[in-house]
Design a protein around this ligand. Sequence first.
Ligand code: ZN
Length: 308
Amino acid sequence: MSNQCNLIKDILPLYVEDMVSTDTKEFVNAHLEHCAECRAELERMRGPAKFVPDIDIDTDIVPLKRIKKDLFIRRLQTIFFTAIIACAVVMIVFGVLTSPKFFPYSDDLLNVVDNHSGEIIVTFDDRVTGYTCTKEFYEETEIYRINAWTTTWDIYFSNRGNQNVVIPFNDDSNIQIFFTQNNGSEDVLIYGERDNLPQAVITLPRQILLPYFLLAALALIVLSGLRLLLKNKKAIIVWIDRAILLPISYMAAQLCTKGINFTTYSSQRDFCIIVLVAILFYLALLTGKSIYQEKRADKSTERFKEWP
Ligand SMILES: [Zn+2]
């Protein structure tokens, strides 16, 4: 019995189940043509003897089960990988479609009414599908800041609503309501007296996305440096390789959701979407890497198979 016979016998369980590549099949066929011993082994596997208790049965079935399990895990990995990529794409599209487009101030955008029973009602035009209202105090004055937006999703897919804000108000208190334009222009006073105002206010975009991106870039540089320094310590390299995918995922998520635009008027929302996409990218990278490594391992096994 040659070395090749041993190899063939290892492959036969898969061959019988038709779970081998065309190349492997041809290789086995070629060997079977001139090897009676392996042919006999194949007959024994295919024959009814397979189904009756046999002393050899365990030694045949255990590797087969292991291989089947490996194949099953690989198939799962591929499905998982595809599903994650699909989720990430959906998430990115969702982020773009629901990104708020802020309205600049215009006379027909909103209507402010004091109903003289303790409420000020701001009614928006039908184009407006969402708003934010924040409250702060300046000395004795209550200052409200309102902005209004719509999204691509709302424009095409939803019934645009009649939005209004009700602000509680009693005549004893000083109140000022501003409309925040979120385009670099001055906030517009839509209700109240301007008298005790500090100065004109412009609401500026938040810049938090840039420091986070730079932090990720720094982490990437540090981890790459560590990887070079510790390239002989296999156990540590494994962990560095996993960690290095985190900043890569975050940076890729920023670029896919916001591009190189790091300014935002809705920082919490944008950051949440970037983090969610980054988590999906990270899982996809981990799975993709393990699929790739298995493929490479397969290639080296195939080279072994070509031995005479
Ligand atoms: Zn043989």
